[in-house]
Write a protein that binds this ligand. Structure first.
Ligand code: SF4
Ligand code: SF4
Ligand code: SF4
Length: 202
């Protein structure tokens, strides 16, 4: 009983009540360096998908078709506000906190390319990857059904009994070859490197 009276006396002190109900705290302000959810700047999206490909959070961003073109959509429940999409977008379609100011000031950018790797143990030399690749077919419309080609300009061809990669730099990362390979022997990996603008081939 004594302890209840003690607590009541403590909690009903006028000074404490005044502080509890009338204390004025400064309004919360978002720090200028805080990375919020990416928002649209109004620049036109070219649907290059760089933002989607660099995003580390599953299902955080999707580039959707709209009536007037393309537009990235951010899903806040999945987005971890890392800001990588903002930095990666070559068109400045997205903004978040001061990321764009800082990357412009420091002249930084991302440079990305695709790396193709064929596992010779899994590959059965059917040539499906070479034939299904849209870039390969455009370069050599006469590409044989077996994946061989007389052109040295194709991305890859069946040569000497194995798939040989000739021009990895022409790969657009569509992953058609990956999906058409019956043995999942070919892998397409997107490589990303941070560079100073000027070195960047974007
Ligand atoms: S801020 Fe990061 S997590 Fe969010 S959509 Fe962009 S890349 Fe993905
Ligand atoms: S990186 Fe930029 S231009 Fe490319 S799809 Fe995403 S928002 Fe559009
Ligand atoms: S990812 Fe697309 S462009 Fe690149 S090699 Fe495969 S099919 Fe060709």
């Amino acid at each position: 009983m004594r302890s209840i009276i003690y607590y009541l006396r403590e909690f009903l002190r006028p000074e404490w009540i005044r502080k509890f109900f009338f204390a004025k705290t400064a309004p919360l302000e978002t720090p200028s360096y805080f990375k919020g959810y990416p928002t649209l700047t109004g620049n036109e999206c070219t649907a290059c998908l760089s933002c989607m490909m660099i995003c580390p959070a599953p299902k955080a961003i999707a580039v959707l078709r709209t009536r007037d073109g393309w537009e990235p959509e951010i899903y806040p429940g999945h987005c971890i506000r890392c800001g990588l999409c903002v930095e990666a977008c070559p068109e400045g379609v997205l903004s978040s906190g001061r990321i764009l100011d800082v990357t412009r000031r420091d002249g930084t950018a991302f440079w990305s390319w695709y790396h193709l790797q064929v596992d010779d143990n899994l590959c059965m030399r059917c040539g499906n990857c070479c034939v299904s690749c849209p870039v390969n077919r455009e370069i050599d419309p006469q590409l044989a059904g077996s994946g061989t080609s007389s052109s040295d300009e194709v991305i890859m061809r069946v040569e000497g009994g194995r798939v040989r990669i000739l021009h990895e730099e022409k790969c657009t990362g569509c992953k058609t070859c990956e999906t058409q390979c019956p043995n999942r022997a070919i892998r397409v990996a997107r490589m990303v490197e941070g560079v100073q603008i000027g070195e960047a081939e974007v």
